[in-house]
Design a protein around this ligand. Structure first.
Ligand code: HEM
Ligand SMILES: C[C@H]1O[C@@H](n2cnc3c(N)ncnc32)[C@H](O)[C@@H]1O
Ligand code: SF4
Length: 346
């Protein structure tokens, strides 16, 4: 029996009003042919609800550029899914926030990639993006809709991460999720802006320490090494990793792609994650259940013993697993070893 996904990121549209330098999708205002219609989108929701009740993250592109976003979100809520929306924040206003609430959206993520307007706007390719995101956050607060901050870490903003954490705390975010750049899509151009492996180690250790001092929830996404580091640190501190000591993080693992998470593109391609451009199947051609349960790609990813290189030999492969997208970007093989890990398995 294959367990159903617990989390699905769904790119409702590729279209976007910004033009971020690191965008995995290379999203622009041009919309590709074959994006799901409202009818097809609802059919997909039906198929998901048939096999489980995951958190459905409606993402993009910029999902608020699609007019039926509220209708689709309402439909998913009514089908028993917990709906979250990922946005750059610039298109939020009082009316949009009310419609999101009415559609049952439970949380919104806003991307903030710099602690200052200068850094954020340079990242996001459009002047005023920072101001727009901050304005959007004010509307969310006024409307009483909880939000989290998502930050992509690169060499450009590495030094600003502590300030972004302060900012997130100050403005009342429920969580700060950091994503480590994956050189895919337009992000491929930033290949040499990935922070080096030793910096990964440092920033994730820092993150581990911060969680002891701040009340907002911190989560490292696309940083599977964090789950090894958490265990190494806990061992040194003489504590056992449990829900009591480490909360939700104790129950999950590094890379969830294909095991409890997947990404669905705007044209219906099902992928392990948005950063790994390998397709398990398309929902216009096959049922979602069939793709999730039987595709070769997802079956491979569930077999941790088949991981290549040092990941395959690593005692932490059950809790880490390496970033499959980064392995693919570096070698073309999604089962290869994670290229940005300094740990040498014994
Ligand atoms: C608490 C439960 C959550 C967990 C365990 C979780 C975990 C994850 C995971 C595993 C990924 C995929 C990264 C990858 O491909 O490796 C992801 C992506 C993402 N998550 Fe979360 N997440 C949670 C909640 C949320 C919420 C509530 C939001 C938004 C309001 C959110 C926003 C996002 C976004 C925007 C992405 C990127 C999707 C994309 O565009 O590719 N997450 N999350
Ligand atoms: C959904 C979240 O994913 C981030 N995001 C977009 N492209 C990439 C990439 N190549 N690598 C890591 N994160 C990325 C966005 O900035 C947003 O915060
Ligand atoms: S990262 Fe988000 S806001 Fe930026 S271009 Fe891509 S889809 Fe648009």
């Amino acid at each position: 029996m294959v367990k159903p996904p617990r989390l699905i990121a769904w790119e409702l549209t590729w279209g976007c009003n910004l033009s971020c330098v690191h965008c995995r999708g290379a999203s622009t205002s041009e919309i590709p042919e074959g994006e799901l219609s409202t009818y097809e989108a609802k059919h997909f929701v039906d198929e998901v609800a048939e096999i489980g009740d995951p958190i459905l993250i409606i993402t993009g592109g910029e999902p608020l550029t699609r007019k039926d976003v509220f209708e689709v979100a309402r439909y998913a809520t009514d089908k028993g899914l917990r709906v979250a929306l990922a946005t750059n924040g610039t298109l939020l206003d009082e009316d949009v926030v009310r419609k999101l609430k009415d559609a049952g959206v439970q949380r919104v993520s806003i991307s903030i990639d710099g602690s200052t307007a200068k850094t954020h706007d340079e990242f996001r390719g459009v002047p005023g993006a920072f101001e727009g995101a901050m304005r959007g956050i004010e509307y969310l607060k006024k409307g009483g809709l909880g939000f989290q901050i998502n930050t992509t870490v690169t060499k450009r903003n590495l030094d600003e991460i502590p300030d972004i954490l302060d900012l997130a705390t100050e403005i009342g975010a429920e969580a700060l999720h950091i994503f480590l750049l994956v050189p895919t899509g337009r992000g491929k151009n930033l290949e040499n802006e990935e922070i080096p492996p030793v910096e990964y180690e440092r920033v994730l250790n820092w993150f581990y320490d911060q969680q002891k001092h701040v009340s907002i929830q911190l989560k490292a996404t696309c940083a599977p090494h964090y789950f090894r580091i958490m265990r190494q640190r806990a061992k040194r501190e003489g504590i056992e990793v449990s829900v009591k000591t480490h909360g939700y993080e104790a129950m999950t693992r590094g890379c969830l792609g294909g095991t409890s998470f997947c990404f669905v593109s705007s044209t219906g391609d099902v992928q392990p994650c948005g950063y790994l451009p390998v397709v398990a199947g398309n929902i216009k051609e096959q049922s979602f259940r069939e793709i999730w349960e039987d595709s070769k790609l997802f079956t491979d990813l569930r077999d941790f013993d088949s991981l290549g290189g040092k990941c395959g030999k690593c005692g932490y492969k059950g809790v880490c697993g390496g970033c499959r997208a980064r392995a693919y970007a570096a070698t073309g093989d999604y089962m290869a070893e994670e290229p940005y890990c300094i740990y040498v398995p014994r």
